[in-house]
Design a protein. Structure first.
Length: 288
């Protein structure tokens, strides 16, 4: 989708640049125009010329004058006129052949406008282009597995990482046999070391899902969808469990690929068997 947005943005920028250049050229042509007479003025001038020609005495036509001059040349002597000596060449004034002030201003405006549009286009492309390193949409090293487990326990079972828009919770190793038949290999990589990385958005309508310390579940405040501690759906209108990120474990480091979102498990999945451990924060929801 980001590639489509980039292509549309570049097309829009090129279109705006063309419109701006055409408008500037039109203004420049309009500045050099001398105008035209309307039809009524032309008719009035034509009538005035006819009336003036009617009052004057017609003289010899141009053709008659040419004929008389030709006869005079053939019947008489033709005077020889010596050519004038060539004029001395003088270098022209630079102001007469250089650009005028108006041309300079017009070209400057067009150049600045093109530069501004280009900078704006580069900024848009840079904003839409996915980040190659660091931040959401890339691979994030969130820390050592042992440190993350300790942080999850300190935060009452739920660890939030804002740079990756993710929740990190523990996954019981005893549930791995059931998980292998449900989850993708990219998700199982984290489960095998006892952790899962869940996307914060509810798969129902995209609300941010908070944790509930009393029930030890995730409970969506928008429409009441509920998920157990590893993101498997327990109730509400959500069409599936919480989505998760692909995970890589290298040298004891837990690396989350936030550019790889894996759809949550289908309704009815309950690999851990975890039930609510206390009162709900949002309220009861329809159980599935």
């Amino acid at each position: 989708m980001s590639g489509i947005f980039i292509v549309l943005a570049v097309i829009a920028i090129i279109g705006l640049a063309g419109i701006a250049l055409a408008g500037a050229a039109r203004r420049r042509d309009a500045g050099a125009a001398v105008g035209s007479l309307n039809r009524e003025t032309v008719q009035r001038d034509r009538k005035a010329r006819k009336e003036a020609s009617a009052d004057t005495v017609e003289g010899p036509s141009g053709r008659d004058l040419e004929r008389s001059v030709a006869l005079a040349r053939t019947n008489g002597d033709v005077a020889v006129i010596e050519a004038a000596p060539p004029a001395v060449w003088v270098a022209p004034d630079p102001e007469t052949y250089d650009v005028t002030r108006r041309q300079f201003l017009n070209r400057s405006v067009i150049a600045l406008m093109g530069l501004g549009i280009s900078a704006f286009g580069v900024a848009i492309v840079g904003f839409l282009w996915p980040s190659s390193s660091g931040g959401f949409g890339s691979k994030i090293n969130v820390g050592k597995v042992s440190d993350l487990k300790a942080d999850v326990q300190k935060n009452n079972g739920f660890l939030y990482k804002p740079e990756g828009r993710m929740w990190i919770t523990e996954y019981p190793t005893s549930a791995l046999p059931k998980a292998e038949s449900v989850y993708a290999p990219a998700v199982l990589n984290g489960m095998k070391v006892g952790l899962v990385a869940l996307y914060q958005k509810c798969p129902h309508l995209g609300c941010r899902v908070p944790s509930c310390n009393s029930s030890q579940w995730f409970e969506c405040p928008c429409h009441g969808s509920q998920y157990n501690q590893v993101g498997e759906k327990k109730g509400g209108p959500a069409p599936r469990g919480m989505d998760s990120f692909g995970v890589e474990v290298s040298g004891g480091s837990f690396v989350v690929n936030t550019g790889q979102v894996v759809q949550g498990p289908p309704i009815g999945t309950n690999t851990t068997g975890q039930e609510a451990e206390g009162p709900h924060c949002i309220g009861s929801a329809e159980k599935h």
